[in-house]
Design a protein around this ligand. Structure first.
Ligand SMILES: Nc1ncnc2c1ncn2[C@@H]1O[C@H](COP(=O)(O)OP(=O)(O)OP(=O)(O)O)[C@@H](O)[C@H]1O
Ligand SMILES: [Mg+2]
Length: 392
């Protein structure tokens, strides 16, 4: 058999087998490509069924995107439309399937496509990006979503470049690092890119598993073009029970280096600890290509944030004074003032800026005692600042 006849024979067998499993009489095979993530994210996952009598279950902790079989059929339904995802590699072992496509009843094919477009359009209505200097926003966009652009990646690969990029978002708390990530992952959804959010808990669980490097690598892998977010990475990398932070970072770095990049991946890490406290091995080019610093807002940016407030609030306070009085505040603190204004308005009517400001000050004083240590402070400082976990 030639490779082509062998491929088409396999393909025919798979389509027929999946159609039987999913109860489809006239199946159409399709590859959702850029829509894969949205399709699998919004569909209800059904059971796993054998492919031509064979089924290999995969132990995976990954998100909904994984069909959890390197060889088998996963049934799904979206808006009442049944379809099946077929994954098959002939040795039943490899995680990346040679065959990975979907089948749906011919009569439902267009309906499924339209449903998916509708969902994609609805998702387009997500909130605006955080308030940022225009130039910084453009750079952030260009190095993440712009980087994943098909033509861009194609050109990079043609030129022999790496289809992998690392961004580090730093800056003091409450200035938009997580908000920027949230906006980017919503954009990923909208554009059909895969994305993965690694939480500190998921990282710690992988780190404690019997094969930590493999488990961490799995967490930081996307199967298609996409972005991996590791928000508050310093919290995750800090082992709360021991002082062996450097070991942990070594595992993390070697896991990252060993990841096979298929189509194009961007890593977005965030931390609010100072850049010079981060291990230089982590910051080297190839791991981190760009650092974006999220500063507390200037007067102009505070004004832009307040301009997003409800028209009633804006009409009820002296905006110029509010901008001036919040000098040195983080975005989150300015937003906290807005919440206090609303609370007061609900309780007592009116828009009492002075009350909100005073209340804010009191709350700050109360919180000042409950300091939460963050960052990768050198071990030596642990003994001087009284920290018991070695990470002041
Ligand atoms: N640039 C911004 N534009 C608009 N709102 C913002 C911005 N930055 C922060 N906020 C507001 O403050 C809240 C907290 O901000 P966010 O979680 O993005 O901060 P962060 O930089 O990730 O802080 P941390 O270092 O503590 O994780 C947001 O939910 C949002 O309401
Ligand atoms: Mg954050």
């Amino acid at each position: 058999m030639t490779p082509l006849t062998s491929y088409s024979a396999d393909h025919k067998l798979m389509v027929e087998s999946a159609a039987r499993a999913a109860n489809l009489t006239d199946p159409v095979a399709f590859a959702p490509h850029g829509h894969y993530y949205t399709l699998l994210y919004y569909a209800t996952r059904g059971e796993l069924v054998p492919l031509d009598g064979a089924l290999v279950r995969q132990w995976a902790t990954r998100d909904k995107f994984s069909s959890k079989t390197p060889f088998g059929v996963r049934l799904y339904a979206l808006d009442g439309i049944r379809f099946a995802r077929v994954c098959g590699h002939t040795d039943g072992q490899r995680e990346q399937s040679d065959y990975d496509f979907c089948v749906v009843e011919r009569a439902d094919y267009l309906k499924l496509f339209r449903t998916l477009l509708k969902i994609t359009r609805q998702k387009a209505d997500h909130g605006p990006p955080p308030v940022m200097p225009d130039e910084q926003f453009a750079v952030m966009r260009q190095h993440t979503l712009g980087y994943l652009d098909r033509d861009n990646l194609k050109r990079i690969k043609e030129l022999g470049g790496r289809a992998k990029r690392g961004l580090l978002l730093t800056g003091p708390p409450g200035n938009g690092k997580t908000s920027a990530c949230r906006w980017m992952w919503e954009e990923c959804q909208r554009n059909g890119y895969e994305y993965q959010i690694v939480s500190p808990d998921a990282y710690q669980a992988a780190r404690r598993s019997c094969n930590p490097v493999q488990a961490v690598r799995e967490l930081f892998t996307v199967h298609r073009c996409g972005i991996i977010f590791f928000d508050d990475m310093d919290v995750a990398l800090r082992d709360r029970n021991t002082v062996r932070e450097t070991d942990d970072q070594a595992v993390f770095l070697s896991a990252l280096d060993g990841i096979q990049v298929n189509e194009g991946v961007v890593y977005v890490f965030t931390t609010n600890c100072s850049v010079d406290l981060i291990d230089p091995a982590f910051k080297r080019p190839g791991r981190i290509d760009l650092v974006l610093h999220f500063e507390p807002p200037t007067a102009e940016l505070r004004r832009r944030l307040m301009d997003r407030w409800h028209a009633e609030i804006r009409a009820g306070i002296d905006l110029n004074a509010a901008v001036e009085q919040t000098h040195g505040f983080s975005f989150a603190e300015v937003e906290e003032l807005k919440n206090l204004l609303i609370l007061r308005h609900i309780d007592a009517g009116g828009w009492d800026w002075d009350w909100a400001f005073e209340q804010f000050r009191q709350n700050r004083t109360d919180l000042a005692e409950q300091h939460r240590p963050v960052g990768f402070a050198p071990l030596a400082s642990a003994s001087t600042n009284g920290s018991t976990n070695g990470h002041g």
